[in-house]
Design a protein around this ligand. Sequence first.
Ligand code: NAG
Ligand code: NAG
Length: 140
Amino acid sequence: MQRVLTKTVLFFIAVSFIRGNATCDDEMSFYADGVLYAQSDDWNALSAISIPCDTTVMAIKCQDKGGIAGIKAALDNGIKTNISWKCSNTFESGWNQIGFNDSAWSFAVIQDEASWRSHAASLVGKADWIWTCACPGGKT
Ligand SMILES: *[C@@H]1O[C@H](CO)[C@@H](O)[C@H](O)[C@H]1NC(C)=O
Ligand SMILES: *[C@@H]1O[C@H](CO)[C@@H](O)[C@H](O)[C@H]1NC(C)=O
């Protein structure tokens, strides 16, 4: 008796992602290399972020709708919002793309964590709330 054995080879394409969480007070758009990956208009909720591991530029747009304003994010590769982020309150085309020259942009200003109390609690101590200015009343 003959037996025919077939062998199925499965190819797995390993795509790895950088994961993390982000929020902003109030309306957030999260980009990786210019591509939109997450959007939220709820500053009280964290958005799960999952972006390709070869991402070069992470960029967050945030619109304040009144009151305090800030952006907070932490990713599992150690990237987190802090004073090393550059920011601007003026739109410039290509701002979220690879190769954008941000040398004219200012470093972010750390906001008072206490203003948000325990909101975005899982990021407390992991990342700073940042904004373009030390302006507790909000506004860009
Ligand atoms: C800011 O965060 C980055 C990681 O995103 C880290 O490498 C850097 O040391 C931090 N800077 C300060 C001043 O904490
Ligand atoms: C970036 O812009 C600054 C001025 O804001 C300029 O001095 C610098 O040469 C630019 N760098 C590149 C690589 O274009």
